[in-house]
Design a protein around this ligand. Structure first.
Ligand code: C2E
Ligand code: MG
Ligand code: MG
Length: 691
């Protein structure tokens, strides 16, 4: 049996060949290029296939060629110093070089030159071992490039970026420095947590420990100590050969600002900046709860502005808005910070006074508000003043819940208005009943018109000297399905707070016009029908048009109608009243001033206002003849009116004595139970026929 290590001399030659073949086999399978050069001559003694082919040669053809022939002059020059060192210093040398581009991608090699000696230390040759390191080089290059790219990106990013390892800052970009106010060297090596507002530390520490890739909001601390709300996006990434945490830090002050603005808008009235209804109710509920816990007393003020509608109508919305803003400012100014102020819309404001020890405390504030919240305005050259009417409900006496307090303060506010404005009114239980009854009534009134439950009654007016029928006053009645026949005192005041009054007033005018026409067609009575107006109708811009429309629709003539206005209505609208009256008269209608003597019309006004007639209020007539004061006043009114060329009618005449007195003073017309009560149309027509 012969094996590879046999040493039979007969086979020595074959054995040498076998060794050479094995050497070549191994050499050709090593993933490196190998060559052996002879010292002195630099001739190649041996090369494996890889080495030979790298230079375009074969294992056979390369042998005997010199190093310079094989690598070329250029490469020889480049590696000569390394070769010289091996020869001179007899040490191994390693160098790297790039192979000259052979058309393909660049290749890099690492070359080991190892000297080879005989037993006496004489240099025989040099072993060359070449490794292809192209892959490593390219990988390194990619890392270097990506580092450079990251550095560029960090520099250019508008967002703050900070790197840290276990919380210790290793790098940060210029934007982060700008955002936080710190220079880079003030950050490096310090813990991230040192740069947070103290409250935020536990939360952020938890995020860091969890090590997740996440997003959260926190509050950093600027170098100047101020809080800096930020959004943080955390990523883990490899950098410089180790895992690091990268945090992108985004300034969210702007976003929080706009969120706060949106929040503000949602809670505040955009015109005045006061709390809106929803926000006021919410805060009030909380304060009521606190008051109930602490046994505190609260006062809710419901404020409605007097004359505001007139300012808005005559001066326009811009001016109206200005008044509201002024009122809001003054309210806020007069109150303490702990009090709540809100606007419920229109000219309605609400105030919640906290920390009261008695009702007297509230009175002091109310007096202050009344004197402070008076806004003088000039409307059409005339001085007007916008004043508050205030209703007040106390917690806990007048209500235990926010809603109830608002409702009761509102009811009290209406009473304050009725009492002559620019005043305040504390809530009383009786008001709640009225307020509730009013609500019910209002709902019923809305239906009454469509259900045809209204009816006009007519009360005759006669000539004081002849006793002949000279006119009729149309008086509104409501045939209420449950409560029976109701006079206007039961519902007019409620209707006037509601747009319904427009329709109702229009209905009355139309009915009166139709009746006037029927009476003429039937040859019954050629007298004017007097119609009572509500201030709401009279102050309406399109009122004249409505009158014109009613006349043309019903075929009635203006001369057949008379309109009754109260002093208050005329004085409240003194700017427009003269024109409106003139326009009505040009349509043929006559105008009388109702309930004269109860208001405060100055004589000067009387001369300015083109009215045709005064109606002396029945309260004067009722005191005749016994009351000497009433006598004097009534006589003076009659004389003054006739002196101004006005007709005079006395209302509420009940006795013959009254009739005699009044006609004696020159009063032209009489109306009252003595002559006839208000009657349904059919009854009135029958009554008129018998006269
Ligand atoms: P007014 O215009 O002063 O009407 C006269 C009121 O005196 C009527 O009350 C009438 O019934 C009452 N009266 C007449 N003669 C006598 C009498 O001898 N003694 C007494 N004690 N009273 C007498 P009425 O019908 O209850 O109307 C009350 C008020 O309601 C009216 O006062 C008027 O201001 C208002 N009104 C009536 N109808 C209408 C209407 O259609 N529209 C508007 N806006 N108001 C109306
Ligand atoms: Mg009247
Ligand atoms: Mg009257």
């Amino acid at each position: 049996m012969s094996g590879p290590f046999d040493t039979d001399p007969l086979n020595a030659r074959a054995l040498a060949d076998l060794h050479a073949a094995r050497l070549r086999l191994v050499a050709n399978h090593v993933p490196a290029w190998i060559a052996l050069y002879e010292a002195g001559s630099y001739r190649c003694l041996f090369a494996n296939r890889g080495y030979a082919e790298a230079f375009g040669l074969t294992e056979q053809s390369i042998v005997g060629k010199t190093f310079g022939d094989i690598v070329g002059a250029e490469a020889l020059a480049a590696v000569q110093p390394a070769v010289d060192r091996v020869v001179r210093e007899q040490v191994s040398v390693i160098y790297e070089r790039e192979l000259p581009p052979g058309g393909g991608a660049p290749r890099f090699i690492e070359v080991h030159l190892s000297p080879h000696f005989d037993d006496h230390g004489t240099l025989l040759g040099c072993c060359v071992l070449v490794n292809d390191i192209t892959r490593h080089r390219l990988a390194e290059q990619r890392v270097r490039e990506s580092e450079a790219r990251l550095a560029k990106f960090l520099d250019a990013s508008a967002e703050g970026i900070v790197f840290h390892k276990d919380g210790v800052i290793t790098d940060a970009n210029p934007s982060l420095c700008a955002l936080t106010g710190y220079a880079l060297d003030e950050l490096l090596g310090r813990n991230i947590l040192e740069f947070l507002m103290p409250d935020e530390v536990p939360k952020v520490r938890e995020v860091m420990l969890a090590g997740r890739e996440t997003r959260y909001e926190t509050c950093a601390r600027h170098r100047d100590g101020s809080p800096l709300p930020v959004e943080v996006i955390v990523r883990t990434l490899e950098r410089s050969g180790e895992k690091q945490r990268m945090s992108i830090v985004r300034d969210i002050r702007d976003r929080l600002d706009s969120e706060a603005r949106i929040q503000h808008l949602a809670l505040h009235d955009s015109l005045t900046g006061l709390l809106n209804r929803a926000a006021f109710m919410e805060r009030m509920a909380a304060l009521v709860e606190r008051a109930s816990r602490d046994g505190e007393m609260l006062a809710l003020l419901f404020i409605d502005l007097d004359n505001f509608k007139r300012v808005n109508d005559s001066l326009g919305h811009l001016e109206g808005d200005q008044v509201l803003v002024t009122v809001a400012e003054r309210l806020s100014f007069a109150l303490r910070d702990s009090d709540l102020v809100g606007r419920f819309g229109g000219d309605e404001f609400v105030v919640l006074l906290t920390d009261l020890s008695s009702r007297e405390d509230a009175k002091v504030v109310l007096q202050a508000l009344l004197s402070v919240v008076e806004v003088p305005v000039r409307a059409d050259g005339r001085a007007l003043s916008v004043t508050p009417s205030i209703g007040v409900a106390f917690y806990p006496d007048d209500g235990r819940h926010a809603d109830e307090l608002i409702q009761h303060a509102d009811a009290a506010m209406y009473r304050a208005k009725a009492r002559g404005r620019a005043t305040y009114q504390f809530f009383e239980p009786a008001l709640a009943e009225t307020a509730y009854a009013d609500l019910v009534l209002e709902a019923e009134l809305v239906q009454a018109l469509t259900r045809d439950e209204f009816e006009l009654f007519f009360q005759p007016q006669v000539d004081a000297t002849t006793g002949r029928l000279s006119g009729a006053e149309a008086l509104l009645r409501w045939r209420h399905p449950q409560r029976g026949l109701l006079g206007p005192d039961h519902f007019i005041a409620v209707a006037e707070r509601h747009p319904l009054m427009h329709d109702l007033g229009g209905w009355v005018l139309r009915q009166a016009a139709l009746t006037a026409r029927r009476w003429r067609e039937q040859g019954l009575a050629d007298v004017r029908i007097a119609v009572n107006l509500s201030s709401m109708q009279f102050q309406l811009d399109g009122f004249i048009d409505t009158v014109r429309e009613v006349l043309s629709d019903t075929g009635a003539r203006g001369e057949w109608l008379e309109l009754e206005l109260t002093e208050r209505m005329l004085v409240d609208d003194i700017e427009h009243a003269p024109q409106t009256l003139a326009a009505l008269r040009s349509l043929g209608l006559s105008v009388s001033m109702d309930d004269f003597g109860t208001g405060y019309t100055s004589l000067a006004h009387l001369t300015e206002l083109p009215v045709d007639k005064l109606k002396i209020d029945q309260s004067f007539v009722a005191r005749l003849p016994a009351d000497r004061g009433a006598q004097a006043i009534t006589r003076a009114i009659v004389q003054m009116a006739t002196g101004l060329g006005l007709d005079v009618t006395a209302e509420g005449v009940r006795t013959n004595e009254q009739w005699q007195l009044l006609s004696g003073w020159g009063c032209g017309q009489l109306q009252g139970e003595l002559i006839g009560p208000p009657m349904p149309a059919a009854t009135f027509e029958a009554w008129a026929r018998t006269r």
